[in-house]
Write a protein that binds this ligand. Structure first.
Ligand code: DC
Length: 210
């Protein structure tokens, strides 16, 4: 069974996908962490070709059975905190627009998900990575609410987060290759005003209805 969860930054994908995976006993895949790893490598080695960095990167994502955020290992080094900085967020949305980077990471993702039951989240999971997913969910939320959630998480100013988020949303949606878009067979869930528990319960209900 494969559950794809796509949507813009701050819609609650990570928290919801992790909790849903935990509830169902499925493995969780944070595809954004992979783009963040390539972005981090591009900051370490700015003169290298992005696609080469993406192909070479040894990315290991450890899940946690309790639904806590897992660790992100890049070339054997724990970069879980480093990949969440705003410099890496910004670089990730640039790196993610490169079709050769996407090709390399989609190949890694398909290898990972070849076996077992998954809840995978990202921007192109239901459209590109796993178009045959049994369940596709597109999570959205009001932009101000998304910025408020992200700002609370980062301890940052809402206005600054909203401005950065708007720029990244535009870049993710307007890029030529695999832009953020809703799969035609996805169920759209607006999480504004809903608790994580309510959203997870709705997705679990959709999974059980399969
Ligand atoms: O979900 P996130 O914020 O960790 O994603 C980081 C960046 O990677 C963001 O700019 C969107 C991009 N991304 C993507 O293009 N495709 C994915 N499947 C996952 C993330």
């Amino acid at each position: 069974m494969f559950v794809a969860i796509d949507g813009p930054a701050g819609a609650g994908k990570s928290t919801v996908a992790r909790a849903t995976a935990c509830e169902l006993g499925f493995t969780y895949l944070d595809s954004g962490a992979m783009y963040r790893c390539v972005a981090l490598r591009s900051l370490w080695e700015p003169h290298r070709e992005l696609a080469e960095l993406a192909r070479e990167a040894r990315i290991e994502l450890s899940g946690t059975p309790s639904g806590e955020p897992g660790r992100v290992l890049l070339d054997g080094r724990d970069v879980s905190e480093e990949v969440r900085t705003s410099a890496v967020s910004e670089a990730a949305s640039v790196v993610a627009a490169d079709p050769a980077v996407r090709e390399a990471l989609v190949a890694k993702q398909r290898e990972l998900i070849a076996e077992g039951d998954w809840v995978a989240e990202g921007r192109d999971i239901g459209t590109v990575v796993a178009p045959d997913a049994e369940l596709k969910v597109f999570l959205t939320a009001d932009p101000r609410e998304r910025a408020r959630r992200r700002a609370a998480e980062l301890g940052a100013d809402v206005g600054t987060v909203l401005a950065e988020q708007t720029m990244r949303d535009e870049r993710d949606s307007a890029r030529e290759h695999s832009p953020l878009e809703t799969a035609s067979d996805a169920v759209t869930l607006d999480t504004s005003g809903l608790s994580v528990e309510e959203v997870v319960a709705r997705i679990v209900e959709l999974v059980r209805a399969q």
